[in-house]
Write a protein that binds this ligand. Sequence first.
Ligand code: G3P
Ligand code: MG
Length: 254
Amino acid sequence: SSPYPAIALPRLIAHRGLSARAPENTLAAVRAAHEAGCQWVELDVQLLGDGTPVIWHDATLSRCSDGKGRLATLDLAAARRLDVGGWFGDAFRGERMATLNDMLELLDRLDMGVNMELKVERNRSGTELAEVVVPRLLEALPPERMVVSSFDPLALRQARAIADASLLPIGLLAESVPQKWQHPCEALEAFSIHTDWTRLTARRAGEIKAAGYRLLCYTPNDPAAFATRWAWGVDSAISDDPTLFAAIAPPPTV
Ligand code: G3P
Ligand code: MG
């Protein structure tokens, strides 16, 4: 039986916010997700050079801002000077990088849930990231409205050391589900497994659901191609554009 609170995880979660329609991982992308009817978003969090947690996916700045170089070399003042919207479209010019605090305020105001991914880039510490981020999440959101995930085992281990399963739902991220997936899930008291939808097998999906874990898939953007995965027992899809699924997704889970 699950030690977790009953989380009403929606079938569709907006990946990096509504990243098909707004610059990923920004406040604008979360507002867009909310306006499109999404209740939950997936976001990436990492630390600036001065230790400030910010919502950002890449190790570098060039793809999603007018800056260049590495995120980890910036302090907050320098990060705030970047334009993180213009690369996506003129309508978003002037958008500023969101700190974790900015984002948590918005999520709270919009009454939204979040899958916060602890994004550990090479040579960075997952332990440190979890130590900074997890206490903030615990202060800001109830356990029913968050899942913390990571590809980084140390980040997850530290997250679990900070809070037990009744307070902090943890999702194990894996590009493909390892053969011995049960071991890390049990060690972490995981709530969920999150995996690349193109690499999931029906058999693995069946095992995961039979063991009582939630199963999430990233990043399907073609509802017809994804349809069989609902039948395999996938609980939620983390999509760049959940609105595409409106006609095809099964009804919300309890
Ligand atoms: O959390 C699911 C997905 O976001 C993991 O991959 O690279 O999009 O952060 P990525
Ligand atoms: Mg992510």
